[in-house]
Design a protein around this ligand. Structure first.
Ligand SMILES: [Fe+2]
Length: 139
C-alpha cells in the first residue's frame, strides 16, 4: 500500500500545481520507505534535501501565480509555506543528531494533505475564477 496516495480529491484544476504536488507526494513516499527500511541518515537526509529544494521551487511557482492575480490571501498562504520549510529544516538538523522516526513522514503527509485540500484548493478556485473572468469578452 502506498503511504501517501494521490487521488482525485487532491486535484486543484491547475495542471502545474497538481504536477508539483505529485512530485512532493513521491518524495514523502520515498522518505517513508527509507525510514521503514531503516536506511541510514545520509540517504534520508538526501531525500529531505530534495524535498526542501522542490518545495521551495514549488512554493515560488505558486506564489508567483498568486501575485499575478492579486490573490487576497497571499500573505497567510506564504506564511504556511515558510512554516513548512522551517519545519523540514528542523527535521534535517534532527536527523544529524537523533534517531528519526516515522512520525516525521506522518507529519509531512498530514501537513501537505491538509494544505492541498484547504489552502491550495482555495487558491486554485480564485485562480480559475480570474482566468474565467479574463476570458470573458469585453462589453
Ligand atoms: Fe500552497
Amino acid at each position: 500500500m502506498t503511504f501517501f496516495q494521490w487521488g482525485e480529491i487532491y486535484e486543484s484544476g491547475n495542471e502545474i500545481i497538481d504536477n508539483d504536488h505529485k512530485v512532493l507526494l513521491r518524495l514523502i513516499n520515498d522518505l517513508y520507505l527509507e525510514m521503514a527500511r531503516g536506511d541510514g541518515k545520509e540517504i534520508v537526509n538526501s531525500t529531505l534535501d530534495q524535498l526542501v529544494d522542490y518545495s521551495k521551487n514549488h512554493f515560488r511557482r505558486e506564489e508567483m501565480l498568486m501575485k499575478s492575480i492579486d490573490y487576497p490571501y497571499f500573505e497567510e498562504h506564504e506564511t504556511q509555506h515558510d512554516a513548512f520549510i522551517a519545519m523540514i529544516s528542523k527535521f534535517l538538523k534532527r536527523t544529524n543528531s537523533d534517531s528519526i522516526t516515522l512520525d516525521m513522514a506522518n507529519f509531512l503527509k498530514n501537513w501537505l494533505s491538509n494544505h492541498i485540500l484547504v489552502s491550495d484548493k482555495k487558491f486554485a478556485y480564485h485562480l480559475e475564477l480570474k482566468n474565467i473572468t479574463k476570458q470573458l469578452p469585453d462589453k
